[in-house]
Design a protein. Structure first.
Lengths: 179, 341
């Protein structure tokens, strides 16, 4: 894929790639990344070990960047998609859902949040295992970090509140008249 | 209801057959990752699926009746000016140094014409040599590799002189180089032709009085798909491990083949993040390309200016003397009458 190039990614890319995610060499490593990519594209919010999932995040970003730039008519890009995405319906999802969703955004297309470290839960009891939540941006789930902004004074909300009050008052009046 | 037997299965009625197919479809639909058969068939018939080669090169096929095997590649900025691309390793990069180097490279390009050439094209380089009788040294050879970035860009020419293989590494921006000619412009299947050292000598022998091969205007760079046999018994590198396309290897023993298989890296071409770390990204490339475009305009202006300078000098030399020029100028002054009265 030497002729494919994209913009610089907006996520942190360490100067060396983590080549030892799994036992068994690079092909096994690719299999691992493929499986996590499939989960991420299907469920849009996943949880897992930071070492694997942060590595997969870069691959997802790059794939979406390539899809945005070259489109679904480009042979090299489609071959890459075919290699990296095991479930073929997800290729349709990339081009029909993610590319239009992120058409106007420059930045990272994924969010990553660190989870609290739970001691004693894993195979090696005294070892830390930092897990993260990895999600696609603008997904349909409720937000992980709550939105601090106050929307109660927005005009539509004010009007709706007033309409609700009016409706209740009318209802009360009608009940009184009935009695 | 009309009783009609279907052609495919005689034990089923026509509508039963349809029902069964619908049922299969609905079952399959629930399977994870399944694509409908008609969709698969549609994509199989598309022209996109007919391309069997990998996407490493975008090569366009020329549909000529005479030479159907000739393939050409576009004049891409990345391939035309590989020397302008800086070192992609992030902690070795220095933006200011790159900018200054680019400026120096442009200044050198004002002095001599550095043509577009590739690994695989035949060049003739004339350089200043104080020990040669004519103070000039002209070497003809095939360019086998281009390496290093920026002002330090180097290319290697290889030829066989008197039965001895000779390779000269030239620095592209070395000021002692006075002329670079492209005798035959073409590309090969590989980025590095170091295997020509182990090939028979006729594949890298070029006469020093070789005449330049002319290409039709507006054509792409021809891609030479020649496969070079390797006949040497002592190889410089283990060529079977390098995934070379332009090489015809002799039959190898089983152990060597197995080792090559073990050391092969088929995943490398798919690893997009590994590739991301060895490339110059679009923003930087655009900046370099802008600089090159600006330099081209400047160069054209520079050429016009220098030509005018030469003309002025010539007119002075051709004139009989300084007095005659002065006389001419006085005459012209007198001949122009003042218009305002």
């Amino acid at each position: 894929m030497s002729n494919l190039s994209t913009k610089a990614l907006r996520v942190t890319v360490p100067h060396a790639l983590r080549s030892k995610l799994t036992v068994g060499g690079q092909s096994e490593r690719h299999e691992k990344i493929k499986s996590i990519l499939g989960e991420l594209f299907r469920h849009e919010r996943i949880e897992g070990y930071i070492r694997t999932h942060d590595e997969t995040r870069q691959y997802a970003e790059r794939l979406i960047e390539l899809a945005k730039k070259y489109g679904d008519r480009h042979v090299g890009t489609m071959q890459l998609m075919d290699y990296w995405i095991a479930d073929k319906d997800l290729i349709h999802k990339v081009f029909k859902v993610f590319v239009p969703r992120y058409a106007n955004t420059l930045g990272p297309y994924t969010n990553a949040h660190r989870l609290p470290i739970e001691y004693g839960k894993h195979e090696h009891i005294f070892k830390q295992r930092q897990n993260i939540v990895l999600e696609m941006k603008n997904n349909p789930y409720p937000r992980i970090i709550p939105d601090p902004r106050n929307y109660s004074n927005i005009l539509t909300n004010v009007l709706l509140n007033e309409a609700r009050k009016e409706y209740r008052n009318e209802k009360k009046l009608s009940e009184k008249t009935d009695i | 209801m009309a009783l009609a037997f279907s052609n495919t299965n005689k034990f089923l009625l026509n509508n039963q057959h349809i029902l069964r197919s619908v049922l299969i479809l609905s079952v399959r639909y629930k399977q994870r990752g399944h694509i409908a058969d008609h969709l698969v068939e549609h994509h199989r018939k598309l022209p996109l699926s007919k391309v069997k080669t990998s996407a490493t090169e975008d090569v366009s096929q020329v549909n000529d009746e005479k030479n159907q095997n000739v393939r050409t590649t576009p004049h891409d900025f990345k391939y035309v000016y590989p020397d302008f691309l800086p070192n992609p390793i992030p902690f070795l990069r220095d933006r200011i140094l790159e900018k200054l180097e680019r400026k120096d490279m442009f200044r050198r390009r004002q002095q001599i014409d550095i043509p577009e050439f590739y690994v695989g094209s035949v060049l003739a380089v004339t350089s200043a040599d104080p020990y040669a009788p004519s103070r000039r040294n002209r070497f003809v050879g095939i360019c086998i590799q281009r390496e290093k970035h920026g002002l330090k860009h180097e290319f290697t020419l290889r030829n066989i002189v008197d039965g001895l293989g000779v390779e000269i590494v030239y620095e592209l921006y070395n000021p002692t180089i006075t002329r670079i000619e492209v005798l035959k412009l073409e590309r090969r299947l590989d980025e590095n032709l170091a295997y020509l050292r182990d090939a028979p000598p006729e594949y890298c022998t070029f006469p020093f009085d070789m005449e330049p091969v002319k290409l039709p205007p507006g054509s792409g760079v021809p891609l030479n798909t020649i496969q070079v046999p390797i006949t040497s018994t002592h190889w410089q590198y283990k060529w079977e491990r390098h995934d070379l396309k332009g090489v015809l290897l002799p039959p190898l023993p089983r152990s060597v083949r197995k080792a090559a298989e073990r050391y092969s890296e088929p995943w490398r071409q798919w690893d997009i993040m590994r590739q991301y770390r060895t490339e110059i990204h679009d923003e930087d490339r655009d900046e370099i390309f802008e600089d090159i475009e600006k330099h081209k305009q400047d160069l054209a202006q520079y050429r016009i200016d220098s030509k005018e300078n030469i003309k002025i000098i010539r007119t002075r030399q051709k004139a009989a003397g300084r007095k005659a020029i002065l006389d001419d100028s006085q005459q012209t002054k007198h001949s122009n009458p003042p218009t305002s009265k």
